[in-house]
Design a protein around this ligand. Structure first.
Ligand code: AMP
Length: 351
């Protein structure tokens, strides 16, 4: 079947960039998003304004689309599964299920023979005390679900730290305690798998976070070829295990000996892959649209070294200066209000 229209669940900047990349291949897009005039709908062919799990809206999305994908990992699994009964949904709903829960995610990753931080599930204050004791009083406590950009986390630096009320302070929801990984740097890899099982990997990017939010991605990362190879192998193993179709983002901690530990996976295009639109002929966004449309995957090689920087909140005041620089691609998301911590756009400087 020739795919002409792709339904996208979620209307943020990732959906926007998918719609723009799809348009260049002659693909139409329909966005399901409760917020009217969202960033994605501004550049798509149509928007269904409704909740992500609204049954009538899901029926309408299936009717309007040849295939459905999503741009964020907190799409209700039940909605993706319901859709998958009548239309192809890529990446597969199992990828959502795994990535929505930090516990299931780590079990899946370890099941692919890939290392993660050590972890213990924590369902009450007593389990928290026991888990902290097991990790020598040091670790990162995270909500299992709905955490992003460092939200829903608490770092325990030392055994002397006050633990009282720590479980309740994160909302009384299921948690996971992770051992603190003594990493040298953080990298991520963006990879894509096509319907025929072909896999392509972009070069790993080195990521720097500020206040829990990605600040810059630099390519190439300062890692050895052996470490880059480990990252590619890990991505391939997970893509194959999931029978995946589309783009995935995998975040790693790099240890002093060049070993890798996966932090998390994102079953979608990823902020740390935005550089690909400037430094590769085929961006992660086009790659994803090709994969879910059943088209041949494209070349993932980069033609330039580069640094991508996010524009957060007030960084928007720098836009005129960025626009005046050579070798800089400015990409803005069409968000009207520049709130603190809000991703407004990004710039990629070729070097
Ligand atoms: P996350 O929300 O899980 O991506 O975590 C946000 C950031 O916190 C990561 O990019 C790391 O810089 C840091 N971090 C998270 N988990 C750990 C860990 N287990 N050990 C050390 N640093 C961590």
């Amino acid at each position: 079947m020739t795919v002409r229209t792709i339904g996208i669940i979620g209307g943020g900047q990732l959906g926007r960039m998918l719609a723009m990349a799809g348009a260049r291949l002659g693909l139409r897009t329909v966005i399901l998003e409760p917020q009217a005039d969202c960033p994605a709908a501004q550049v798509a062919n149509a928007q269904i304004v409704a909740a992500y799990d609204d049954p009538a809206a899901l029926d309408a999305l299936a009717a309007a689309s040849d295939v459905v994908t999503y741009e964020f990992e907190n799409v209700p699994v039940s909605a993706a599964e319901a859709l998958a009964r009548s239309i192809a949904v890529y990446p597969p709903p199992r990828a959502l299920q795994v990535s929505q829960d930090r516990l299931a995610e780590k079990q899946f990753i370890n099941g692919c023979s890939i290392d993660t931080a050590r972890f213990l599930s924590v369902d009450d204050q007593q389990e928290l005390e026991a888990a902290l004791d097991a990790f020598g009083g040091v670790g990162v406590l995270k909500t299992r679900r709905m955490g992003y950009d460092g939200k829903g986390q608490r770092l325990f630096h030392s055994p002397a730290e006050d633990r009282a009320g720590a479980f309740a302070a994160l909302g009384g929801v299921p948690l996971i305690l992770e051992s603190l990984v003594p990493f040298d740097r953080e990298i991520s890899i963006i990879a894509a798998r096509g319907k025929d099982g072909t896999i392509v990997c972009y070069d790993p990017a080195e990521n720097v976070h500020r206040d829990g939010i990605l600040h810059t991605s630099t390519v190439p990362a300062a890692i050895s070829e052996a470490t880059a190879d480990r990252a590619r192998k890990a991505a391939r193993a997970m893509l194959d295990d999931l029978g995946y179709v589309g783009v995935i983002g995998v975040e790693f901690f790099v240890l002093a000996d060049g070993g890798l530990v996966v932090n998390e996976i994102a079953p979608r295009v990823h902020n740390s892959g935005h550089w690909t639109e400037a430094a590769c002929i085929i961006s992660q966004f086009e790659q994803h649209m090709r994969a879910v449309a059943g088209l041949p995957l494209g070349d993932a090689r980069r033609h330039s070294d580069c640094v991508m920087q996010n524009l957060i909140g007030d960084d928007m005041t720098d836009v005129p200066a960025w626009l005046s620089q050579p070798d800089v691609l400015v990409h803005l998301y069409g968000k009207v209000e520049a709130r603190p911590g809000r991703k407004m756009g990004h710039v990629t400087r070729l070097c």
